[in-house]
Design a protein around this ligand. Sequence first.
Ligand code: APR
Length: 248
Amino acid sequence: MDLDQLIKKVAEEIKEKKEVVAFTGAGISVESGIPAFRGSQGLWEKYDPEQYAHILTFLNEPAKVWKMLKEMFSIALKAKPNIAHIVLAEMEKKHYLKAVITQNVDGLHQEAGNQKVIELHGNGRFLVCISCYSKFLFVEEYLNIEPYPVCEICKGPLKPDVVFFGESLPEKALSSAYELAESCKIFLIIGTSGLVYPAAQIPYYAKSKGATVVEINLGGTPYTYKITDYFLKGKAGEILAKLSDYLF
Ligand code: APR
């Protein structure tokens, strides 16, 4: 089957089975202008994540980490949902999609209109004080504060409310993600390299519980040859736009 026939077949399965859960990574937001982490234009090509995205580096040298954060969030805070996010919101409205489990911290699924979004790595739309835990909306003005923004209450360093390497994932989000992976009929993996655990384990669990696995990506990943039933090779926005033509 060619790509178009595969997309049509996936749409038929979705219409028949419904109970879709989407699992998204940075690739779904690339068409919103946010670079992915890995691959030729990836953020980690410029900043070693083990240094710049590790909680210990943040605690010892917040100014160093904020250099990377300012570059990342000066784009992310301005980004808008693209067609891929919008189609997932439409799929939820039409009761095909139960939830989105996302590794992304850009908040674009909620902005597109999805109600049930499980954020495994937190949400970069908020800043949290690492001393008194006060929370603030991450507005662009914070990007201009040198060397980095501090809490207006206790003057502690502010950190985006996201999971850094070396930190554990929010327990509630992880357990909700496993419950959804267990109960869904179709597990739709979109734009993730499947390399970062424990999030990366969830698609394998969905497969082990009998879900049909659909993967949308520019190229193969560790999932593709192990658990993927339908591999839709291409840009998330283009593939999901075609899928929506067959669905709605
Ligand atoms: N459409 C579909 N897929 C795309 C597109 C696109 N337009 N552009 C890139 N991709 C794919 C790439 O081929 C790659 O497989 O998206 C994936 C992006 O992989 P990563 O950059 O590793 O992002 P992700 O998988 O989300 O990373 C997981 O790693 O650094 C941590 O916490 C960070 O949440 C992140 C986690």
